[in-house]
Ligand binder design. Sequence first.
Ligand SMILES: Cc1cc2nc3c(=O)[nH]c(=O)nc-3n(C[C@H](O)[C@H](O)[C@H](O)COP(=O)(O)OP(=O)(O)OC[C@H]3O[C@@H](n4cnc5c(N)ncnc54)[C@H](O)[C@@H]3O)c2cc1C
Length: 395
Amino acid sequence: MERKRIAIIGGGPAGLIAADALAQHGEVHLYEQGRSVGRKFLVAGQGGFNLTNSAEGETLKAMYAPPGFLDEALASFGPAELRAWLQEMGIETYVGTSGRVFPVKGTRPIDVLQAIRDRLIARGVRFHLEHAFIGFDAEARPIIEHAGSRATVQADRVLFALGGASWSVTGSTGHWVTHFASLGLDIAPFRSSNCGINVQWPAHFIAAHAGKPLKNIRITAGDGSILGEATITEHGLEGNAIYPIVPVVREALERGEEAFIHIDLKPNSTAEHLLHKLSGSTPADYPKALRLDRVQLAMVKAVTPKERFFSPIDLVQDSKHLRIAVTGLRPIEEAISTVGGIRPADLTPAFAIARYPQLHAIGEMVDWDAPTGGYLLQGCFAMGHHAAQCILAAR
Ligand SMILES: Cc1cc2nc3c(=O)[nH]c(=O)nc-3n(C[C@H](O)[C@H](O)[C@H](O)COP(=O)(O)OP(=O)(O)OC[C@H]3O[C@@H](n4cnc5c(N)ncnc54)[C@H](O)[C@@H]3O)c2cc1C
């Protein structure tokens, strides 16, 4: 059977796994504008490096929006398959707290990336570093620029894996949007996801408490509610209890509505129980009776009128449902991920662009969303693997 020539443009997780799957059956050329591949993958490794999550089946699918878009890809390449793929390369993983999957202790992010790179090299993938995609020719073939010269890519299929638009230093600049718009695609604008929220704290509160954590809190916004922790920042709040409620906040702000979150500072106690604790106490003893620490207390005081502190009912209400106005989301550049990009409706089930079936788009450049906790990388790897399998099946 004739070997297909495949071009992959963008060397992040989505592009790398697609290259691996396709290199077994075709001639694969991987073009990357940077001097090295996987730079955002390495950034992801600087914090808690969640390679995937142990969630399965419907629980896993429910983490992704729009509903159903990634179902097929996740069914064929879910967390178990991703962990097995890593294990084939000698990367052992383990399931940590909240189901997050990490590389075992001692394995650095660069080791994971190196293992993937070594495997691709062994499979004959040809890397073209410092080769930037700069647009399409009249026949919708990509044009690549390298060292001042331009060339049109000749390939049977092209997989684009150009990333979203945050952390541009890693190469995910989102500059590709104008090129795809020139094909007649209506690209969804990029917006921050998995990012901090802006809150107008009083200056004295920032001076005293920015950088401090709020542990074991429940944050609710709209129908969403999440237990976790957050960090107070000079701009507002960040952290794993904040990121999952960002979509609800973003939608409210985009509708021009006021956005609020509610913080339960005492998620393990009912309001009745807390009220009972205050009976017989004087206001000076309330914080101790409720076990509100200094940061929690300062936060309640920062966002509620002073007199509420003297009323047991109001103070309990504020400890259980502290209402905080959100004035915006942190800028795209700072966000862990972005939404926006190629619209799912413009793609076939094989993630090919319906009007240009020889061109595929995978990973964060497509407009889907998922929370942190390993779901982002899982989504990118699943898309890359699935697109590759569809291309192979269509030979
Ligand atoms: C701080 C931080 C922490 C994170 N932590 C986690 C985590 O723990 N778990 C998790 O699941 N996810 C995490 N993520 C998200 C995850 O890293 C991304 O979702 C993932 O890297 C996206 O993969 P991708 O292949 O779609 O795109 P990217 O990784 O963004 O790669 C796109 C590639 O395309 C290249 N490119 C772009 N334009 C061009 C062009 N014109 N020509 C040629 N090449 C081009 C870029 O240089 C880049 O190498 C984190 C992200 C950040 C920023």
